[in-house]
Every structure is written in structure tokens, then in C-alpha cells.
Design a protein around this ligand. Structure first.
Ligand SMILES: Cc1cc2nc3c(=O)[nH]c(=O)nc-3n(C[C@H](O)[C@H](O)[C@H](O)COP(=O)(O)OP(=O)(O)OC[C@H]3O[C@@H](n4cnc5c(N)ncnc54)[C@H](O)[C@@H]3O)c2cc1C
Length: 511
């Protein structure tokens, strides 16, 4: 059996694995990175999803907020992130008008609150100026060793309520309008199946990571798509001398650093002092011949290509409506009802969705012909569709049912049927693809399609947690002394951020 040695083997070439490999190779370590798929980037990738159509869609993840400037600078990444002028648009599902948050026009935004009968404009401004303060205090710490909870709580002062109280309670206390409350709460429910007031605090953690990125909480569009972000990370890893192998499926690991993998039908072995696992915890356990409980996901993702943007029922320029995050059927009360319906095993009706159009801000992902024809991309993220709704035998049927529910939800605010606007691919099929949690598990090994690999953790350690080892201090401990997490399963993982990759590399260098 062919066998090699490396200082560090990185198992998995998601964007975090690439970042870890780049940092360690830059520090002079001999790195081998093994990726089972035929591309690098995992859930951060672009793809031509429809035969014969030259549009490179960010197939899974699509917006960037949490990638620190420090990582971009340290690795010399060439990544362009375009801001969105419009933060969000939300048609009033129970009446008329819609709420447009226009970041460049306060007066228009104020008027828009009034148009949906909400007095929450001032509340909105003061709530989000507090989350900006929270971001400024917390974000610089994500690429540093973990602090303890009590220290962070003390530093945050009265902002500590974002950590100590369920986000749903804060939303109810700070806002009056059902619609506005819903818009705020959605950041707590992306990929997180929870009731509006969630005592488990998972929704609060999800909210926190949605508002602290880059010390602003802004979500930007990666120019060239998510694949461009990953391509830059890959180039950096290679430039610093890491060896990256795709189509290399790791089949087993040992705690003392032996990694067995399959490549071109042959079994290979490599030994290393450290293994970095860019894997979900249950996947790591499986490769070690053990088991670990898994936490499943709760969303459906849809990608579409449209001949043009659809007309809306409300009088609003579609460029503004689709330019930011377009919330559909995400009023606060609708979110709670959807959670309850899904908990009973039903597909929520209406299905809460959010939509965004990449090509409005960055048309570089389209061929010149598609651009000239006015084609637009549309990405939908549907909430509250938990993994137990799908299984091995019903996945095809459920995918279609979810797709129908998403189309119905979307059509409820449109002046025309979105189906009539779908572009056709080279085979005459409509350009729409729908990914259930099962599809994500099959394609990416995300446990139950969990977009974060596992439940999110706070960006600090609990007071009772040990911070004795470098892996513990950097939040990348896997419980095995020479195996560290370098992906979403690490503390402060769970986004396109490279934070876990950076932190795992720092732990290796300090060990
Ligand atoms: C639908 C969806 C939408 C999302 N939207 C956003 C968003 O807009 N913004 C955002 O910031 N985040 C988003 N996320 C989350 C974000 O994409 C992930 O947190 C991030 O990509 C995780 O990166 P990673 O490198 O840690 O892991 P992954 O991307 O999961 O990569 C792990 C890699 O390991 C490989 N691997 C697994 N097992 C093996 C094995 N045995 N041998 C070799 N290789 C193996 C996998 O093939 C994969 O390439 C989204 C996720 C999903 C799924």
C-alpha cells in the first residue's frame, strides 16, 4: 500500500480546510489535504447547475459576513465582497405595502415602516445600533484564543442580554409589529429549528453570528460567486506549498495519526503528527470506528434561473425588492405557526422563505449572452423544514412537495406565476434545483443536512470548560489529543468564515 508522511493531514477540503492548509504551509509545515469530492470548497462552491446554461451559481452558501479581514490579509486572498444597498424587503403578508430597509435612504425606510402600519422605525435603529456595538466588541475575538463566559459578560455590560436572554424575548420587548418582529427573528432561525422564544438559546447563538460579522453584521455578495472565494483560498494553500488531492476519500483514521484513503481505486496511507478534521463530529467519529450523536438541519435551498425578475403585487421596483433579502411569509406569528406545523410533521403552510438575487449585484457569474438576455438568478432559503420530514424512501416526493410549497409561498407575493419565468436548459427542462436536508447529507456529508455541521456554540468558553491545551484555547478540540476540528464543528465555526481553519492552524502551531 503506498504510504507517505506529512506534518499535518487535513481531512476534507472545504473552505476551512483550505484556510488551515494555507496557514500551516505558510508556516513551513508539510501539509497533505484530502478531499473526497472532485472539487474543493465543500458547501462554499459555484457550479453550472443546468445543462448548457453558462451561469455559475453559488449552489449552497451564498453570502459572506464572517470572513475576517485578517484572514484575507494574512493569506493574500483576492476576494471581492460587494455590499448590498438594500438590506431587506418584506411584503406585508396580511395586508398591503411592504417594508423596505434601504441603507442609503433613512427617510424612505421610515416611510416604509409607516406604510406597513409600524411605529418601529426608531426601535429598529436603536436595536441595530446596539447589535453593531455588540459586533464591535465580539468580532475581533473570533480569531483569538477563547475567553471565558464571565469575562465576556462583564465586557459586554448591558449588551450581555443578547447572550443571557432568549432572542425571541428581546424581539418581543423591542418591537411592536408582527412583521418587523419576524424580519428581525429570521436571523435567529436560519438553519436552526426553534420556536420563537427558544430557551435552549440555539436561536440566540444563530442570531449572534448573523449580526457580528466584520464588526457590522453586513452580509455581502462574493463577486464571482462563492466558488471565487474558495478558488482564492485554494490558490493560497498551493502557493504556500500545501499538497491538495481531490477525489481522495478518507475511509479511516487512528488517534495516533494514521489516515487511510482511497484514490483512483487504490488504498493509500499517510501518517502525520496532527490530523485536522474539516468534518462534522459524527463523520469524524465514524472514521475512528466510533459513534457520536448528530443534530439535524431544517431548511430547503432552491436555485433558479429566470428570464427576468418577476412582477410583484406591491408597487415596488423589483431591483429594490430582490436586491437585498426578500422575506416571504416570515411574520413573527407565521414563524411560530410554521414551527408548530413542522413539529407535527407537516410542511408549513405558508412556508417561510427568504430570497435573494445574486446577479443584480454581481452579473459576472453569467455568460455575456445570458447577461444580454436579462437573465437573473434567484436563490431561496426556506425555513422550518426539519430533516425528520424526509427519509431514504420519500426524498424525491418530499423534494417536489417542498418545491411546490416554496413556489406557492413565492407566488403569494407575485403578480405572475414564477414558473412561467424559469429559463429552460439544453434539454428543455426548467432551470430550478431544490436541495433537501437529505440531498445535503448525500452530497456534502452534513449530518441530517445541518448547514452548521452541529449546533452552533457561543464565541466563548463556559466558565467550567478547560482551556489547558492549545486546541481547547482555540476552540478546536475534538476530544482526541492529536486530532483537531478545523471546520464548522469547531467553536465559532458554522459559516463561510475561515475562522475555524485559522484557529485550528494556530492550535497546531502552538502545540
Ligand atoms: C444550503 C446552505 C446555505 C448556506 N448559506 C450560507 C451563507 O449564505 N453564508 C454563510 O456564511 N454560510 C452559509 N452556509 C454555511 C457554510 O456554507 C458552512 O458553514 C461552511 O461552508 C462550512 O465550511 P467547512 O469548510 O467547515 O465545511 P464543508 O463545507 O462542509 O466542507 C467539508 C469538506 O469535507 C469533505 N469530506 C467529508 N468527508 C470526507 C472524507 N471522508 N474524506 C475526504 N473529504 C471529506 C466534504 O466533501 C467537504 O468538501 C450555508 C450552508 C448550506 C449547506
Amino acid at each position: 500500500m503506498p504510504s507517505k508522511h506529512a506534518d499535518v493531514v487535513v481531512v476534507g477540503g472545504g473552505h476551512n480546510g483550505l484556510v488551515a492548509a494555507a496557514y500551516l504551509a505558510k508556516a513551513g509545515k508539510k501539509i497533505l489535504l484530502l478531499e473526497r469530492l472532485d472539487y474543493f470548497g465543500g458547501a462554499a462552491t459555484s457550479i453550472e447547475a443546468f445543462p448548457g446554461i453558462k451561469a455559475r451559481l453559488s449552489r449552497y452558501s451564498y453570502l459572506v459576513s464572517l470572513l475576517p479581514k485578517q484572514v484575507i490579509g494574512d493569506l493574500g486572498l483576492e476576494i471581492e465582497l460587494a455590499p448590498r444597498r438594500y438590506s431587506s424587503y418584506t411584503p406585508n403578508p396580511l395586508g398591503t405595502g411592504g417594508l423596505l430597509i434601504d441603507r442609503n435612504d433613512q427617510a424612505r425606510t421610515k416611510q416604509s415602516f409607516e406604510s406597513v402600519g409600524s411605529q418601529d422605525c426608531e426601535n429598529w435603529n436603536s436595536f441595530y445600533s446596539r447589535t453593531t456595538e455588540l459586533a464591535q466588541k465580539l468580532f475581533p475575538s473570533v480569531t483569538a484564543p477563547l475567553k471565558k463566559r464571565s469575562e465576556v459578560i462583564q465586557e459586554l455590560g448591558e449588551l450581555a442580554e443578547f447572550i443571557e436572554r432568549p432572542i425571541g424575548e428581546l424581539v418581543e420587548e423591542n418591537f411592536q409589529s408582527d412583521l418587523v418582529r419576524g424580519v428581525v427573528l429570521t436571523d435567529a432561525l436560519i438553519g436552526t429549528f426553534a420556536p420563537n422564544v427558544d430557551d435552549s438559546m440555539q436561536a440566540s447563538k444563530c442570531f449572534l453570528y448573523h449580526v457580528i460579522g466584520g464588526e457590522t453584521g453586513d452580509w455581502n455578495i462574493p463577486v464571482g460567486g462563492m466558488g471565487a472565494v474558495t478558488a482564492s483560498m485554494r490558490k493560497a494553500a498551493e502557493r504556500f506549498g500545501a499538497e491538495l488531492i481531490s477525489n481522495a476519500e478518507v475511509t479511516s483514521l487512528t488517534e495516533d495519526g494514521k489516515v487511510t484513503y482511497q484514490l483512483n481505486g487504490e488504498t493509500h496511507e499517510v501518517e502525520a503528527k496532527y490530523i485536522l478534521a474539516n468534518l462534522a463530529r459524527p463523520e469524524l467519529a465514524r472514521l475512528l470506528g466510533k459513534t457520536s450523536p448528530r443534530a439535524e438541519g431544517a431548511q430547503v435551498k432552491v436555485n433558479m434561473l429566470l428570464k427576468r425578475l418577476p412582477k410583484l403585487k406591491e408597487q415596488i421596483d423589483p431591483v429594490a425588492a430582490f436586491g437585498g433579502t426578500f422575506h416571504i411569509n416570515e411574520n413573527y406569528s407565521q414563524l411560530q405557526t410554521a414551527f408548530e406545523q413542522a413539529s407535527r410533521g407537516e410542511i408549513p403552510n405558508p412556508l417561510p422563505c427568504e430570497i435573494y438575487c445574486h446577479s443584480l449585484t454581481d452579473s459576472s457569474i453569467l455568460s455575456p449572452e445570458l447577461k444580454a438576455a436579462g437573465v437573473q438568478t434567484l436563490t431561496v432559503f426556506a425555513l422550518h423544514t426539519p430533516h425528520p420530514l424526509v427519509n431514504e424512501s420519500n426524498n424525491d416526493e418530499m423534494r417536489q412537495k417542498f418545491e411546490n410549497a416554496i413556489i406557492d409561498s413565492l407566488n403569494s407575493v407575485l403578480d405572475e406565476d414564477i414558473r412561467t419565468l424559469l429559463l429552460e436548459d439544453a434539454n428543455g427542462n426548467p432551470c430550478i434545483e431544490t436541495k433537501t436536508t437529505k440531498d445535503l447529507e448525500d452530497a456534502l456529508r452534513l449530518p441530517g443536512g445541518n448547514i452548521f455541521h452541529e449546533p452552533l456554540s457561543w464565541p466563548f468558553a463556559e466558565d467550567s470548560e478547560s482551556l489547558a491545551t492549545p486546541a481547547e484555547r482555540w476552540g478546536v478540540s475534538s476530544g482526541y489529543s492529536n486530532i483537531f476540528f478545523c471546520g464548522s464543528s469547531a467553536k465559532r465555526g458554522g459559516a463561510v468564515s475561515g475562522i475555524a481553519g485559522h484557529n485550528a492552524a494556530m492550535a497546531v502551531l502552538e502545540s
